[in-house]
Design a protein around this ligand. Structure first.
Ligand code: ARG
Length: 424
């Protein structure tokens, strides 16, 4: 008896995979695994219904809290990829690990996903799975299936398919973001219809504010109320979503080099990332901020690749953790016209000194305004030296004229004239 654990969502791809794994791949048993990373309740119901109709043994694993914690790690890294807050990307390693655990418990021989050969998710799943000694199978990729083919196959076999949008859009939802792709959205010039959005209202001009409190860079409370990570994210998705905050319509560069048009909704992520960065502006030094921007970018790239377990991520997080010891405080965010922007921030660790910055104070400690005169004299000194030396060295040498650009331009236009003269 051979068995395979399948990443199962109840959507078109994975539903078709259940049959294919038996009929084409010859597995005797398919164990479906749905991992809860904060999808809406309806998705689990659909997955269960579809599984029942298939006679599929379905395991539902709750990984919501683990995923929420990873989302908060990403906040400390101000993590976005080309503007997208990484919901799908960060969820994949969590899902892959949960499926691997079930597969081991159930004594499965193999692991399967329903990803195509074009996307990122195949890579994110398999990097986790290939660390085990189980086989990895990817029917949609290996059989070169299209969505059209799948729809027809599902029809012929009478397979129940996720009813929601009749398979028009390919949707991936978790706590951190909702992604909508496929159908007409594949044309980048096609304006998305309003009905692709479920988390965000069309901004109507109302405004609102929210206070976010952080401890060591982790969000801990909203409007004075302490909440667990998952609850805090859900609460903010609801709240910020009402103001239409957190829509992204972008061209995304996938790992394999393809560009794709992606639409996302992520109200909580946008709010928390904006607030976190605003607090860092207050408490971190310029050098820390400059260097951290590079660290954050590296973290984000690894997050996008599904490689949050890479050794470098631990190393990056060492730096991040050190900086976050002072990222404790409160930020007020204003929701306005579909945007979230910081309008107030406070922290015991604030580097800002009103006394130092104010126009109304003469001295800071024993430093006076006049002390800046020496600094101002030296500022740019080396550039002035270099410019003067160049001027001097090229003064009597026309061939080395200061602005060589003009010479080139003259030559080109002269050449052009000769040519047109020749033709005449
Ligand atoms: N392109 C995104 C990523 O790689 C999200 C893909 C989500 N999948 C979907 N079927 N909507 O992270």
């Amino acid at each position: 008896m051979t068995s395979v654990a399948l990443a199962f969502s109840g959507g078109l791809d994975t539903t078709v995979c259940v049959s294919l794994l038996k009929e084409e791949y010859g597995y005797d048993e398919v164990v479906g695994v749905t991992v809860d990373v904060g999808q809406p309740e309806s998705e689990f119901e659909e997955a269960k219904e579809t599984a029942d109709a298939h006679g599929l043994d379905l395991h539902v694993v709750d990984a919501k809290d683990e995923f929420a914690e990873l989302c908060f790690d990403s906040v400390r890294a101000n993590a976005t990829y080309q503007g997208y807050p990484l919901g799908t990307a960060l969820a994949r390693p969590v899902i892959a690990n949960a499926i691997l655990d079930v597969a081991k418990e159930e004594g499965c021989d193999a692991l399967a996903h329903g990803c195509t050969g074009k996307g990122n998710d195949q890579l994110r799943f398999e990097t986790v799975w290939r660390a085990s000694d189980l086989d990895v199978v990817a029917p949609v990729r290996e059989m070169g299936l299209t969505r059209e083919w799948e729809k027809q196959y599902a029809d012929e076999k009478g397979l129940p398919v996720q009813s929601g949008n009749d398979g028009v859009w390919s949707i991936d939802t978790n706590l951190w973001s909702r992604s909508i792709e496929g159908g007409e959205l594949e044309d980048p010039s096609h304006v998305p219809p309003e009905d692709i959005y479920e988390w965000t209202e069309t901004p109507q001009g109302e405004t609102g504010t929210v206070d976010i409190e952080f401890e060591n860079g982790y969000p801990v409370a909203v409007d004075g109320e302490e909440m667990d990570p998952a609850a805090l994210i859900e609460h903010l998705n609801e709240l910020a979503g009402q103001y239409g905050v957190g829509r992204t319509d972008m061209m995304e560069d996938r790992m394999l080099g393809l560009k794709v048009r992606e639409n996302y909704e992520h109200p909580a992520a946008t709010t928390l990332l904006t607030a976190h960065e605003a607090l860092e502006q207050l408490v971190l030094t310029k050098e820390e901020r400059d260097f951290k921007a590079q660290v954050d970018q590296q973290w984000s790239n690894k997050g996008y690749q599904g490689l949050v377990d890479a050794p470098i991520v631990k190393a990056l997080e060492g730096f991040i953790a050190e900086t976050q010891t002072r990222v404790t405080g409160k930020v007020t965010i204003k929701f306005d016209g579909g945007r979230a922007r910081p309008v107030a921030r406070e922290s015991d660790f604030s580097v800002y000194s009103e006394e130092a910055a104010s126009f109304n104070t003469k001295t800071v400690g024993d430093i006076t305004q006049e002390d800046a005169t020496g600094v101002a004299k030296y500022h740019g000194f080396q550039s002035r030296l270099a410019n003067a030396a160049y001027e001097n060295a090229t003064k009597d040498k026309p061939g080395l004229a200061t602005d060589g650009g003009d010479d080139v331009a003259e030559e080109t236009s002269a050449g052009g004239q000769t040519q047109s003269g020749d033709e005449e």
